[in-house]
Design a protein around this ligand. Structure first.
Ligand SMILES: Cc1cc2nc3c(=O)[nH]c(=O)nc-3n(C[C@H](O)[C@H](O)[C@H](O)COP(=O)(O)O)c2cc1C
Length: 208
């Protein structure tokens, strides 16, 4: 399936079947999220993969009645780091040093530059920045899923505090950005047959 066909094939699934995603497919999707671009490469987010029926039921209580979070094969929670600052950069510098075999002393300019860039933002701007990075990963995740003919539904129609509480995210310096049930569309999901509502290119794209 080519790229545009895949994007036309995907839609925000309303009802999932009971089919379960194979571990190798799930692994590819997680890799797609992990390989995403992020500002300064800092990757200030974490993914939780929920398969436990009990946990899904608990989260359904905070999903405004959207029972697809319980029906799906896996529920993916995209969570942003909440402790954005020097620790974010230290973590990255350590990884960079290990990955590329460079002494951390040689990364001092990068370290300072990145820490300054985060320090000029106030707390809520830093949080927003972290959520934005998690959204890029979500976008890649959705597109790769479509290319693999795996169904998804990105969701923010949830009670974020409830998700954070059930998953104990605040204690781990995380907070929910968005969630995404994944699996396979139910044959009776009528949404699959609806036409996509998209603005025309001339309303969305300006060539200069
Ligand atoms: C950030 C975000 C949040 C969304 N939240 C929900 C949601 O809570 N429930 C839902 O059914 N769909 C949700 N959607 C799906 C959109 O409604 C859907 O993508 C849009 O209507 C376009 O339709 P399509 O994806 O089927 O092409 C969300 C989409 C995005 C990107």
């Amino acid at each position: 399936m080519n790229f545009i066909d895949a994007l036309n094939w995907r839609y925000a699934v309303r009802e999932f079947s009971t089919d379960v995603i194979a571990p190798a497919q799930l692994q590819q999707l997680l890799d797609a999220a992990r390989l995403s671009a992020s500002s300064y490469g800092l990757q200030p987010y974490h993914l939780l993969v929920i398969q436990s029926p009990q946990l899904k039921q608990q989260l359904l209580e905070f999903s405004l009645g959207q029972d697809k979070v319980a029906q799906c094969s896996h529920l993916i929670v995209f969570a942003a780091h909440t402790n954005i600052g020097d620790a974010t950069v230290n973590r990255y510098i350590k990884q960079f040093s290990q990955t590329r075999g460079v002494e951390t002393s040689q990364l001092r300019n990068m370290d300072e530059h990145y820490k300054t860039a985060l320090a000029v933002m106030d707390k809520s701007q830093r949080q927003e920045w972290a959520h934005q990075q998690a959204y890029i990963a979500l976008g890649n995740f959705l597109t790769c899923a479509a290319l693999m003919k795996i169904d998804t539904c990105p969701m923010t129609g949830i009670e974020f505090d409830g998700y954070d509480r059930v998953l104990g995210l605040r204690e781990k310096n995380l907070t929910t950005t968005a969630v995404c049930p994944i699996g396979f569309r139910h044959p009776q999901d009528a949404s699959a047959r609806e036409k996509k509502v998209r603005f025309a290119e001339h309303d969305m794209v300006t060539l200069l």
